[in-house]
Write a protein that binds this ligand. Structure first.
Ligand SMILES: [Zn+2]
Length: 295
């Protein structure tokens, strides 16, 4: 409630002591342990807090650099989707939200990017989300991108690795966004039917329509530590079932314990883990045939 203290005294005190806020470009505060981290160290640690292991959200570009051999990769141009089919407007116009996202991530971009390269020497296509772009929400453009990624993997006889980080479907596109759920399943199936590995790396957060479509059907489901993965949010579920949910509900470690993910892998170990899995799946060790024992 605004009063004499907040309106008059507080600003005076602020001018007097100066703002104590840390410059954004030098330091970052860990939202988990609240330690202040030197941004340079944090980048060197792949955006993982060195005190508590909290995994910060990172974008598609960082994922590609981190995962492809020698950070060598080629991003592909994605099919253009119809912009704002419903002329949607909430507090802001949808076109305005798109513009803001593109101002941060580049013209023509959306909440996903696709690149190909090698991981452990084996061909791979990665489709990685950018949560910074409208919460990584899945609209037609994201659906198109996943189909393009699937086609590219088949064409190059490469593995497909999907890295979701998304709040779910993009409500500004209404039912068109929901139609991307079966489309992305088909994209993943295309890769599976070609006998190629389809791996999902679940990162924080993977929820809603994304958790309920392509993200749920990886041949191998890997999750980053602490990632929230689930269809509906914990608060909604709690209010519906009127029961207290267990500690760590919907977190990667909980899902591992309950068989929903195959492994929880620290960001720093992802490259080596992927390389090992791809080698096993794509270049299996040839075991010499056992000679028949003479009678
Ligand atoms: Zn921390």
């Amino acid at each position: 409630m605004p009063n004499w203290l907040t309106n008059f005294v507080l600003p005076k005190i602020r001018t007097f002591v100066g703002r104590k806020e840390v410059p954004d470009n030098l330091w970052k505060q860990c939202p988990s342990c609240e330690q202040t981290l030197f941004l340079k160290d944090l980048v060197a640690d792949l955006m993982v807090c060195r005190h508590c292991g909290h995994h910060f959200r990172i974008g598609s570009g960082e994922r590609f650099k981190m995962l492809f051999d020698d950070a060598v990769f080629e991003t592909i141009e994605l099919p253009k989707a119809t912009v704002d089919p419903l002329k949607f407007r909430d507090r802001k116009r949808y076109t305005e939200r798109l513009r803001e996202g593109q101002a941060a991530l580049g013209a023509g971009s959306d909440a996903i990017a696709v690149a190909h390269g090698r991981i452990g020497g084996i061909g791979a296509v990665i489709a990685a989300f950018d949560f910074a772009f409208m919460g990584g929400s899945m609209g037609v453009a994201v659906g198109e991108a996943l189909v393009a990624a699937g086609r590219l993997a088949v064409e190059r006889q490469a593995a497909l690795i999907a890295i979701p980080s998304s709040g779910g479907a993009r409500m500004q596109e209404g039912i068109l966004s929901l139609m991307q759920m079966p489309r992305t399943i088909l994209a993943a199936d295309m890769v599976k039917e070609a006998g190629l590995p389809y791996i999902v790396i679940l990162t924080d957060p993977t929820t809603g329509g994304v958790a309920a479509s392509f993200a749920a059907i990886g041949d191998i489901a890997i999750a980053e530590p602490g990632a929230v993965v689930g269809f509906a949010g914990a608060r909604v579920i709690e209010a519906t079932v009127r029961e207290k949910l267990p500690e760590g509900f919907q977190r990667a470690e909980y899902l591992l314990e309950h068989g929903m993910v195959d492994m929880v892998v620290k960001r720093g170990d992802l490259t080596a883990t992927l390389a090992r899995i791809l080698t096993l799946l794509r270049e299996p060790v040839v075991v010499p045939a056992v000679a028949a024992r003479p009678a």
